[in-house]
Design a binder for this molecule. Sequence first.
Ligand SMILES: Cc1cc2nc3c(=O)[nH]c(=O)nc-3n(C[C@H](O)[C@H](O)[C@H](O)COP(=O)(O)O)c2cc1C
Ligand SMILES: Nc1ncnc2c1ncn2[C@@H]1O[C@H](COP(=O)(O)OP(=O)(O)OP(=O)(O)O)[C@@H](O)[C@H]1O
Length: 331
Amino acid sequence: MKLLKNHLLPVKGKIIALGFFDGVHSGHRAVLRAASQEAKKRNKLLEVITFYPHPRNFITRSRVVKYLTPYSQKFLLFKSFFPESTLRFWRFDNRLRLLSPGEFIDILDRIYRPSVVFVGANYRFGFQASGNTFFLKEELNKRGIEVEIVPPVKFGDTVISSSLIRFFLEQGLVEKANSALGYPFFIIGKTRPGARIGQKLGFPTGNIYPPSQKKLPRAGVYAGVVESWDQEIRQPALVYCGTKPSVLNKGKRRVIEFFMPDLAYRELYNQRFLVYLWRFLRPEITFPSLSELKQQILRDTEHLKQYLHQYPAVVNYHLNVTNWRCNSSWY
Ligand SMILES: Cc1cc2nc3c(=O)[nH]c(=O)nc-3n(C[C@H](O)[C@H](O)[C@H](O)COP(=O)(O)O)c2cc1C
Ligand SMILES: Nc1ncnc2c1ncn2[C@@H]1O[C@H](COP(=O)(O)OP(=O)(O)OP(=O)(O)O)[C@@H](O)[C@H]1O
C-alpha cells in the first residue's frame, strides 16, 4: 500500500478507480474489488485517484461535509482492504473545479493514460458534476481506454452513498450505518485527561477529542467495543458522544467518552484507542444532578450487558487497521 500526494506523476498503463471514497463503504468496495481483481488478472497495479478536500467544502469555503474517514483513516482502510493498491490524492482546487468533463478526460488520458478506468454507475465529474459515466465511457473508449461501470450496491431500495451513511449517523441509526459501511463505524483518538468527576462517581472514562472534521453520530450513549492500539485492551464499553451539558454549560467541545464496566480502574491517559459503535442506547440528557447521571449510567450498563448477551461476537470484531502508526497531523 502506497500513498502519493503528487497527482501529476504518471501512472501509465495502470488500472485506476475514481471517486472520493469517504468511508470506503460497501459500494466503494464493490468498485475497488472489481478494479483490484482486474489488476491482478492483468498483472498490473491498481491506483485509486481520490481528492482532498471534499469538493463541497472547497466550493462553500467551509467544513460542512464532515468526513466518515478523515484522510489518515481512509488510508488505514485502504491499507486493510486493498493492501496492494496505491492511493493518490488530487487536490481539489479551482483549476480542478473548473475543468469541463472533456478537459477532465483529457487530463486522465494525457497524464495517467490508464488501461482501464473503474467507476460506480452514479459517478459524476467535471464542472458542476456535469459529466456522467456514459460520457466517460464514450470518450475514453475513443482513445482506446476501457471503462468498467460497476452496478450500484444498495441498502434496501436505496443506493449506498457516503451522504446516506452520514444521515444514518445523524439519526443515531448506527446499525444501519454499519450495514452500509460493511464494518462498524469507528473513532480513533488519544485519551486525554478529563475533570475526573466520572472516577469519583464510580465510572472512570477515557476521553477522546476527535478532530473537528470527523463526522460524529447523534449525541447520546452507544453500546460499543474499545480496542487499544497495542491490542492489550479489548473491552465492551458504554460510549458517550456529546458535549456534557450536565456538567459544562459553556465550551461545547465534542467529546467521546468510554466507560469499560469490566476493566479494573487504571490510568489510561495518552493512549491511542479505536472505539467501535454498535448500537444507539439513548439520547443525551441534561441531568439536574450528578447522582441522577450516575443512576442513568447504571441503567445504561444493564442495557450494554443485555446487548452483549444478544450479540457476544461484537467483542471479537477486529478491523485490522491498528498496525499502522499514522502521523497525527493527518487526523
Ligand atoms: C455512559 C455515559 C453516559 C453519559 N451520558 C451523559 C448524558 O446523558 N448527559 C451528559 O451531560 N453527560 C453524559 N455523560 C458525560 C458525563 O457528564 C461525564 O462522564 C462526567 O461528567 C465525567 O466527566 P470527566 O471525564 O471530565 O470527569 C456520560 C458519560 C458516560 C460515560
Ligand atoms: N453504492 C454504490 N455502488 C457502487 N458504486 C458506488 C456506490 N457508491 C459510490 N460508488 C462509486 O464509488 C466511487 C466513489 O464514490 P464517491 O465517494 O465519489 O460517492 P458516494 O459514495 O456516492 O458519496 P456521496 O454521498 O458524497 O455522493 C465512485 O466511482 C462511485 O460511483
